[in-house]
Ligand binder design. Structure first.
Ligand code: ATP
Length: 300
């Protein structure tokens, strides 16, 4: 799971949450006059293809500052082509979420290079590439606000019609309409409690509103009810058709739909391929697939 990122104590937690929810971090960072753990160039290169080019990790090594004794990533290299859907799988602690943390540049690697559209992340102002990414976290933040405003947080100037269209695309419209006051129903703290699957659909709706070319999805590990699971699956499939998509995947159904699977173990990529080719190889992936991923990962 993506843990709290940043180095400013209590505030970093709020930041991490907001970043995950909407990419509003930059605004908040400006308000607070603070910074993440890395230097952000005031002005920098533009994204040559607006984030519609390849994403590449080249021999990336990284330790979290608070855990210098453990390598989170040890020589990770991959290239994701525009429009591709890639699933990151592997046991808990293997380094999957760390890939997202580095892509959002909460941290810089000790060595190696991360590029988007062929441009190194440190060469761009952070907002430049963060705006190209929408993150759907494992446990999305639901604010004490109406369902409508919770979705609108993805893009603050979205109209009600746009919010509703995003909710429909995220398979959230039906359950929201069934709430006591529909889109005006207060959710979150002191409001209606939403299930894990409903929260993820709100987060997907936010991501749809953001309309970023890159989708980063940290799939829920907790069990979703069957209806939520199917709905989330469909929304993600539809959304990934027109975007470059990275999914930290915990479900076999998700993994099977990916164009390509990267198998992580102990901070390295130990195998790569499609579901069928990896099952045929018979390694860690085949074991995880036999255990249907979710239960398998829980058992690690
Ligand atoms: P999971 O499936 O449980 O989410 P993961 O494959 O995403 O696992 P990561 O979260 O990337 O694994 O973790 C890689 C390593 O880095 C692990 O050893 C983990 O304990 C450590 N780690 C992750 N986040 C932090 C953090 N914020 N601070 C310190 N260490 C961390």
């Amino acid at each position: 799971a993506i843990m709290v990122a940043g180095s400013v104590g209590a505030l970093s937690e709020i930041w991490g949450e907001l970043q995950r929810a909407s990419g509003a971090t930059e605004r908040l960072v400006e308000l607070l006059g603070s910074d993440d753990t890395v230097a952000d160039p005031a002005a920098g290169a533009e994204l040559p293809q607006g984030g519609r080019g390849p994403i590449s990790f080249d021999n990336v090594h990284f330790h979290y500052p608070s855990r210098p004794e453990t390598a989170a990533l040890e020589g990770v290299s991959f290239t994701i082509q525009p429009g591709e859907t890639v699933a990151l799988v592997g046991p808990s602690g293997a380094g999957k979420s760390t890939v997202f943390q580095l892509l959002l540049r909460f941290y810089d690697p000790e060595s190696g290079r991360i590029t988007l559209d062929g441009t190194g992340l440190p060469e761009m102002a952070r907002h430049t590439f963060r705006e190209a990414m929408a993150l759907v976290p494992q446990d999305p933040v639901i604010f004490a606000a109406s369902a409508r405003d919770n979705i609108r947080f993805g893009r603050l100037d979205a109209t009600d019609a746009e919010v509703e269209a995003a909710a429909r695309a995220a398979a959230a419209h039906e359950f929201i309409s069934a709430l006591p006051k529909g889109y005006d129903t207060y959710v979150g703290e002191r409001g209606m409690m939403l299930s894990g699957g409903q929260k993820q659909r709100i987060a997907i709706a936010r991501a749809i509103l953001r309309d970023a070319p890159i989708l980063l999805l940290d799939e829920a590990t907790s069990a979703l009810d069957a209806e939520s699971e199917r709905a989330v699956q469909e929304a993600v499939t539809r959304m990934s058709e027109t975007r470059t998509t990275l999914i930290v995947a915990h479900r076999l159904a998700t993994v099977k739909q990916a164009d390509r699977i990267l198998v992580f173990e102990d901070g390295r990529i130990v195998a790569e391929g499609t579901h069928d080719s990896l099952v045929a190889e018979g390694g860690l992936y085949a074991r995880l697939a036999r255990l249907q991923f979710t239960s398998g990962l829980a058992a690690e």
